[in-house]
Ligand binder design. Structure first.
Ligand code: PRP
Ligand code: ZN
Length: 293
């Protein structure tokens, strides 16, 4: 029996930390840890978890300290953009922890377009991505590198604009800043080193990846059931989001059928209203816990 284990790096605190642990949980993997424990073993699969600062994850994976990592595209791309001999690659885009790296400026100020950024000073924790963006747009501007509280720089008059992460936009609003330009759309990524591992390790990684894909697919998917007149089946099928072949069963009532379908996209109230208008009744939308193709 093989004794090889893989090591995955996760963010130890912050927004992505909860989402990452939640994904592992939905994969049937339980990480139990005390507050200051940075290394945990998972019982269910030969996987160890290293809880670290997000900024360390790309390099830990690139250098082979960890075999996998879950990290925001913002952190990954910034490292990749700046480092030489960087070997971490994206295995899977995970869809959660969405945010964007944006340039923002004071409301009602002198900067109203990307061109207006010429000869300004822009505060950021993402100097590589910012420089790449400015270069692509042929703009000369000064970068002021800050590791946090970037949003206060314009108020302190140490910068004219900022380039920082925006999620809900609340931080910008609270600081009288307005979004001028998106530099990068970000979400959580599963990353790995470029080089191949042993067949045993590759097998563990494939197993974990398949579980992640299944867990993420199940999250968006719903099992939908309803009754409808048989003549309405075609129209109703077209209304079901992300489903092309529902199961149709005769009901003990002339001309009526039950329709069961797995919808692979979100089912909104609007969808249900349209189904009802098309003749469906007793519409039920049920969560799907697990899914395997
Ligand atoms: C980011 C960013 C902003 C905030 C934006 O910080 O630096 O402060 O989130 O989010 P909002 O649009 O929802 O207000 P984060 O919490 O990631 O911490 P960090 O900058 O210390 O990494
Ligand atoms: Zn950070």
């Amino acid at each position: 029996m093989s004794t090889e284990r893989i090591r995955i790096a996760l963010q130890k605190s912050g927004r992505m930390a909860d989402d990452s642990l939640n994904l592992l949980k939905n994969c049937g993997l339980h990480v139990t840890r005390s507050r200051d424990q940075l290394f945990c073993r998972i019982k269910e699969l030969p996987i160890d978890v290293l809880l670290v600062r997000d900024d360390d994850i790309p390099n830990f994976v690139s250098s082979g300290i960890c075999d996998l990592g879950i990290v925001g595209d913002n952190v990954y791309s910034e490292m990749k953009c700046g480092a030489e001999n960087f070997s971490a690659t994206v295995l899977e885009r995970l869809g959660f922890s969405q945010c964007r790296l944006s340039i923002a400026v004071p409301e009602n100020g002198a900067i109203n377009s990307v061109a207006d950024l010429a000869n300004t000073t822009i505060a950021t924790s993402y100097p590589n991505l910012l420089q790449q963006f400015l270069k692509a747009n042929n703009i000369q501007a000064k970068t002021l590198v800050m590791t946090g509280s970037v949003e206060v720089a314009p108020r302190l008059k140490i910068a004219d604009a900022i380039c920082d992460i925006v999620a809900s936009g609340a931080t910008l609003t609270a600081n009288n800043l307005t979004e001028l330009q998106i530099v990068l759309q970000s979400e959580a990524l599963l990353i790995r080193p470029q080089q191949k591992f042993s067949p045993e390790k590759e097998a563990i990684i494939n197993r974990l990846r398949a579980r992640m894909q299944g867990a993420l697919r199940a999250e968006d998917s719903k099992y939908v059931m309803m009754n409808a007149p048989r003549v309405a089946v075609d129209q109703i099928t077209k209304l079901l989001p992300g489903c092309d072949s529902p199961t149709i069963m005769d009901l003990n009532k002339e001309g009526m059928v039950a329709i069961h379908a797995v919808c692979r996209e979100s089912v909104f109230w609007e969808t249900m209203e349209r189904l009802q208008a098309a003749g469906a009744s007793a519409i039920l939308v049920l969560p799907i816990e697990k899914m395997m193709a």
